[in-house]
Design a protein around this ligand. Structure first.
Ligand code: SF4
Length: 401
């Protein structure tokens, strides 16, 4: 059974599916084949198409180099854009080569939010306690004043660590200026937004920019690409509404339980279901958490999470140059600014309160299934395609640097 630890993974971005999970896969395979002479990691699908921008090749090479520092073993990395697997958009074929005996080949899938599975694996790769809001409802309702009763001591300790990591990341991001690597000439915004007293945006930019640069550990909530929204909301509440840390831990539990439900229904993966499954879910988590902070009852928490998800239905994933920068970073800040509206609608719009999170979630899943793969983290459609058409116009020297 997975726990809230699996929702809030702590580590380096820029992508939970393209770097975090890939790192875990390569480590898992090396560990299972300690006596192999050589290894080959062949990434396909979205991992190959956006791999350079998402640092997929870099992280695989790094794992090989670190693992084989004191051995004669070696590893080769391939981003193979022709390699597709009909079962999953993010396949990673791992091969262990042995001198004089048979090679071993295993296909893994990166399934979103830093999770992975093996092709052919029978049990569901992620298995949480709650698979619908309807099921969570009575338990959360019973402990609405103190949701910490719904998690173990270990989970609670992890939540504390996650909150420390989130705050550190915001503080780091607020100190930095300059252009992010990757070729887009993206200028960091966080410090500037802070100086202009646009604090909520500044906090979201700070985390999303730290994630894009992979310079500081972040917390998946539910993914790396969408990691700026929830910390921004909570840090703003701490600083400007005097919310103490013990309440923030409980808000993180509410948000985490909402993410658990989502993950039981569908992966939080832009490559599988578009950005609605990443930023959309981050909005649902944040709106649910803020509704709880605002004293909302269980129906209002559900309505807030549901309205947030509704507003993100159909949101595509088309990162320019395969980087987790455009549209990802602005989107974190813009959506952080929408959370209060979602919550206000849920708390005060008493005449129209028919909201079912489970139904909205199923709608999101179906929408994602119908989405053309050009808009599911392949960087072949949408913004990614348009920017490439006007390459000369966009990839000029940054006029503000
Ligand atoms: S567009 Fe959304 S899903 Fe795609 S990489 Fe950016 S944040 Fe992730």
């Amino acid at each position: 059974m997975n726990t809230i630890l699996d929702i809030y993974k702590i580590g380096r971005g820029p992508s939970s599916s393209h770097t975090m999970a890939v790192k875990s896969i390569v480590l898992d395979f090396i560990k299972k084949h300690p006596n192999a002479d050589r290894f080959v990691a062949r990434a396909g699908g979205s991992l190959a198409l956006t791999g350079l921008g998402h640092k997929t090749d870099f992280i695989m090479q790094q794992v090989f180099e670190e693992s084989f520092k004191f051995t004669e073993q070696s590893g080769k990395v391939i981003l193979d854009k022709t390699y597709q697997d009909i079962e999953n958009p993010c396949p990673l074929e791992m091969t262990a080569l042995y001198e004089g005996s048979q090679d071993v080949k295993v296909v893994y899938f990166s399934i979103g939010g830093g999770d992975f599975a093996k092709k052919g694996q029978e049990v569901p790769a992620v298995q949480f306690e709650y698979d619908s809001f309807a099921k969570l409802q009575s338990n959360l309702n019973k402990h609405i004043k103190d949701p910490s009763k719904l998690v173990s001591k270990e989970e609670f300790e992890h939540i504390k660590k996650a909150w420390q990591t989130m705050q550190f990341c915001i503080k780091q991001g607020l100190t930095k200026t300059g252009v992010l690597d990757g070729g887009l000439n993206y200028m960091r915004q966080a410090k500037d937004r802070y100086s202009k007293k646009d604090y909520l945006s500044a906090f979201a930019y700070a985390v999303a920019e730290e994630n894009a640069s992979a310079e500081t550990d972040i917390v998946t909530c539910p993914t790396c690409g969408a990691c700026g929204i929830l910390p921004a909301i909570l840090y703003y509440q701490k600083l400007y509404n005097q919310l103490d840390d013990s309440q923030i831990y409980r808000a993180l539990i509410v948000a985490g339980l909402i993410a658990e439900i989502v993950k039981m229904v569908m992966p939080t993966s832009g490559a599988a279901y578009g950005c609605q499954a990443e930023v959309g879910v981050a909005c649902a988590m944040s709106a649910g958490a803020l509704a709880w902070i605002s004293g909302g009852n269980i129906a209002q928490i559900e309505a807030a999470a549901s309205i947030a998800l509704e507003d993100c239905l159909g949101m595509t994933c088309d990162p320019v140059l395969g980087l987790v920068q455009v549209p990802c970073i602005d989107r974190n800040a813009l959506k952080a600014n929408s959370i209060m509206n979602y919550v206000n609608y849920a708390m005060f719009n008493m005449t129209n309160r028919v909201r079912h999170f489970d139904k909205t979630l199923l709608a999101m899943k179906e929408t994602g299934r119908d989405m053309n793969e050009r808009y599911r983290e392949t960087s072949t459609g949408g913004l990614a395609e348009q920017y490439l058409k006007d390459e000369k116009e966009f990839f000029i020297e940054n006029p503000y640097s």
